[in-house]
Design a binder for this molecule. Sequence first.
Ligand code: NAI
Ligand SMILES: CC/C=C\C[C@H](O)[C@H](O)/C=C/C=C/C=C\C=C\C(=O)C/C=C\CCC(=O)O
Length: 271
Amino acid sequence: MSLQGKVALVTGAAQGLGKGFAEILLKNGAKVALLDINEAVGKDLKSAFDKEYGPDSTVFLKCDVKSDDQFKEAFEAAIKKFHKIDIVCNNAGIVDEKDWERALATNLGGVIRGTYLALSYMKKQNGGHGGVIINVASMAGILPLLTAPIYTATKHGVLGFSRAISDLSRVCNFGVRINTLCPSFAETAILSSMYSADTVKDIPSLQEMNRKIINTVGILDVSVVAEAFLQLATDESKNGSALMVTKKHTGDIPFPKVSEDLANLSSMLPL
Ligand SMILES: NC(=O)C1=CN([C@@H]2O[C@H](COP(=O)(O)OP(=O)(O)OC[C@H]3O[C@@H](n4cnc5c(N)ncnc54)[C@H](O)[C@@H]3O)[C@@H](O)[C@H]2O)C=CC1
Ligand SMILES: CC/C=C\C[C@H](O)[C@H](O)/C=C/C=C/C=C\C=C\C(=O)C/C=C\CCC(=O)O
């Protein structure tokens, strides 16, 4: 699928991975609504993008993904500006092991809200013309990160929700592909939480453990994660995929699809 003339909406777009996703979309000819809770950094990014891609290629919309109202208003503003939405990337995420309800509402709640809103505008049954949703989980959505149990739980939730809703979208012919991105550690501001999160900051042995984990698995460039994101957005065979991105390789996680699950239901359940 070519991105020329397509319209994307990216949450948590002001910096880090979200900024990388927005930039690769712009480079490939899409227009992008940049949603973020951080207005100052988001507006600065919009100004930088204006110089590179022209002022009509992006819009910055202040939006807290924990708020139903703000999220809906942002979708409406994006559609008012660009007249449609083809691609939604639910990327906003935080580490907060202390205020775990905030972490849950942002990382998992934000993805659920964003996915349902995107479907309500894009699915064919509502008069939409289809599209693609990319939800950002993490390798911590597949493996347990013992130094961040809340973060791990939210990302396992993102992966489980995205797999189920993508199967639903396929079975109900919504016309919307839903894929999940599972990157390993990437070079962004969130990495500082490895040493400052409430689970680790007072426990030197856990900080040391984090250091060892990172030294072992390495840190990805944002550009590598952005390339994987681009694959999920443009490759129309990716429908219900969960793409793992590590220093060693980028590849689909071989989960069974719902049809296979149903065919094997009797062998999977203790009936
Ligand atoms: N950097 C990494 O090592 C990895 C990050 N991820 C995930 O990628 C996503 C992006 O993270 P990074 O770019 O690394 O972090 P980051 O901290 O650099 O950027 C996160 C962005 O999300 C925004 N944000 C936070 N709460 C928000 C809210 N309630 N509403 C709207 N925007 C909000 C922030 O203002 C910031 O611009 C997160 O979901 C994170 O969990 C996944 C795997 C690896
Ligand atoms: C407190 C956490 C702070 C930041 C973490 C990040 O946001 C990120 O989401 C967490 C990433 C967790 C990664 C966990 C494990 C990573 C493992 C690997 O990269 C390697 C694993 C398998 C290798 C298989 C292969 O590449 O062939």
